[in-house]
Design a protein around this ligand. Sequence first.
Ligand SMILES: [Mg+2]
Length: 304
Amino acid sequence: MKTGYLIDMDGVIYRENNLIPGAADFVQALIATGTAFLFLTNNSAPTPEDLAVRLKHLGIHGLTAKHFYTSALNTADFLSETDEGCTVFVIGEGGLLTALHERKIANDGIRPSYVVVGEGSTTMEKLGKAHECIERGARLLATNPDNWCPVSSEKTRPGAGAIAAFLEASTGRRAYYLGKPNGYMFHRARRKLNELALSPPNRVVMIGDTMETDIRGAFEAGMESYLVLSGSTQIEGVGDYVYQPNRILVTVGDLIEEVKTGQVAANGDPALPPEGLHSHRSGTRHQTDIFAFHKPRPRPAMTK
Ligand SMILES: [Mg+2]
């Protein structure tokens, strides 16, 4: 049984600027065995080349742009597939601008077909212009639904979902959100994974640390999912969700042996508390709940 992997980055491979234990050996095992894999991220700000360099500096070598699929690439795929010849007014950074440019999607600040919102900083002037474009008939598209993103353990920043929500409020129009957990992100990523592989894998597994994006999206796209506990999800909170991962791992390091041997580990997963999945409700509100006036830390995951 040949397995291919879709792998989230933040909370799975690294946290802040620290590699998660076992992550480098896991990626080296994937490369050495010729296993098909693709990193999947909702961050639309960097280009795939930027991400390869970032991982190299963290100590993971042998990666190139082809190993990454971002929500910016997903947005460019979506527009070129569904509306050839469309034009866009973009609020976003290099990764998004480059992805759209590579698909020959033109910028239009007067009467664009879409306002596209991605990750990164913006200004009131740009938001005002986007608002006017939507009032003139442009449709609103966001690269991903994340309302906030972690900067460090102590700091967050507003995400693309928050910027899109600003424009939803000012124009009364609803945005369409690409990226995880949208099924289009997963279907497109699986297609790219098959194209990269010498022969398409029999099964594709999503590995992620966030229930609302990684695990939900994989479930809805009909894929298996493995949750790692090295990121945003605590074991106590897993039972709160109606969708569940197929396996729960401490880190991706737990998969090194089975990638090397091609066999699912005979001893199964590392010991987890049997009562853990349903021990108690955390009581924390999801950060996309607009009626939540306080946001207790540690926050749960970051999407709508
Ligand atoms: Mg993550």
